[in-house]
Design a protein around this ligand. Structure first.
Ligand code: AMP
Ligand code: ZN
Length: 282
């Protein structure tokens, strides 16, 4: 098996943080730690960069507890990761916000898509309300390459303007930072293994069997990206640079988000996807 070079990997991630100015003095950055390998890697490098470059900013790790159906180990692992990185850690429990995933799972819509909507909504709202100006996630090159193809196929071209290492904040949407923009999911896994950073394998959710069925095609996409990068070693790097350049051309076409008529959070329509779900379970 080919040996994994942690030095080369680290250089790629640190270069992304530096080149795209993901971290600056005065920032208050919230890192969404899911307990998985990707956000663990993102958290590790943002914390390392801030310490080594003496950047005067706040970093906070946070984890959304979806409900009792998720093993307690997931939160414990995210907490442990924050401890290793030497950053404070906060949890947000859906239960305490009156959001019942049990009820949501029974709605006639895919539970994974509702869960994604809820997480995206809270990952913007909660850090912003706590004074945060940036949200860091573990999204990586493979995610963006797959999103890219899906948006091209679906004719949703304007969405591609959001695929960049630093997406500036607009109105109530805080800025997004993606330190793993140029590295793949497999590399994140190998890095966490090499440094013995604990993480949860991606099957902690009991809805995984439903997710697996929905995601079968998604998995195929990820396998395809991995397989192309085996015979075209620079594939990810070239694709990501192409996507950045396209996204900067498209950025000016992005429409200003509106405010949801119910909760006031950003949305493209009249009522946000989160409020639509809450309405259905009432
Ligand atoms: P996903 O859509 O599940 O692939 O997650 C995308 C990113 O969102 C991850 O890389 C994390 O940074 C963040 N994230 C996902 N789930 C959680 C969670 N339960 N709590 C905090 N952040 C999360
Ligand atoms: Zn709303």
């Amino acid at each position: 098996m080919e040996k994994f070079d942690t030095e080369i990997y680290s250089k790629k991630v640190l270069k992304t943080i530096r080149k795209y100015r993901l971290v600056e003095n005065g920032d208050k950055i919230f890192i969404g730690l899911s307990g998985g390998k990707d956000s663990a890697s993102a958290g590790y490098f943002i914390s390392k960069y801030v310490k080594e470059n003496n950047v005067k900013c706040d970093i906070i790790g946070f984890h959304i507890i979806l409900g009792d159906f998720i093993p307690k180990d997931v939160e414990k692992t995210a907490r442990k990761q924050a401890e290793i990185f030497g950053i404070p850690f906060k949890t947000i429990e859906l239960k305490n916000l009156g959001i019942d995933m049990e009820k949501i799972s029974k709605l006639p819509r895919p539970v994974c898509s509702s869960c994604g909507t809820i997480k995206r909504y809270l990952m913007n709202k909660i850090p912003r309300e706590m004074g945060g100006n940036k949200l860091c996630t573990g999204h990586h090159a493979d995610d963006f390459i797959v999103f890219f193809f899906k948006n091209i196929l679906g004719g949703n071209i304007s969405w591609i303007s959001k695929f960049t290492p630093l997406l500036p904040g607009r109105n109530k949407s805080i800025a997004r930072i993606r330190p793993l923009f140029f590295v793949g999911g497999n590399e994140n896994k190998k890095f966490c293994d090499a440094l013995k950073i604990p993480y949860i394998e991606e099957n902690a959710c009991p809805y995984i069997s439903i997710k697996k069925r929905i995601d079968k095609r998604r998995e195929k996409w990820y396998e395809t990206v991995e397989s192309i990068s085996r015979w075209q070693p620079n594939f990810r790097y070239q694709m990501m640079n192409g996507i950045i350049s396209l996204s900067s051309h498209l950025y000016s076409n992005l429409t200003e988000p509106k405010e949801c008529k119910i909760c006031g959070e950003p949305t493209d329509g009249e009522i946000c996807a989160f409020c639509k779900i809450l309405k259905e379970i009432k």
